[in-house]
Design a protein. Sequence first.
Length: 187
Amino acid sequence: MNIQVEKTALVLIDLQNGILSRNCAPYTAEEIIERAKTLVEAFTEKGGFVVLVRVSSLDGKDMLQPITDAPATQAMAFPEGWDQIVPELAAIPGTYTLTKRQWGAFHGTDLDAQLRRRGIDTIVLGGVSTGIGVDMTAREAFQLGYNQFFAEDVMGAADKEMHDYVCTHIFPRLGRVRSSADILSYL
């Protein structure tokens, strides 16, 4: 199996200070960052398009706030630097940083336009949280017709059960679930 780098984007969701400082499972934040860095370097060395997606807000008022059964238990606090991409990834030149205000990276952003203008039809997806930001972005990408690879070991969730459920039951219906080592071998 081969991945055509010129038609494929690496899209990493919420690998930022305030998200990765929380519990991550089944992989640690350090493991996810290390594998993500390896993928970013491989893609950029081959001239591939890399998108580092972050969630950010000045005060939370520009984020979605529908009525839900599981509302936030406290007002969102945004400590200094919480929305910055982790330094290990931010320092790599040639990446595109995209800011979103909701779970998915497509709605309300220029991600689809950035990909289509470059002739990209395939996405390698990773990030945190597997069952929230990565899952929502994957569903949006599927609806838009993108082929997808899911870098399973470049993802994490609040708990192993959520991660495993999405990787076992949802992602195989939207694309191909692979390890980062497999994806590197396809390049």
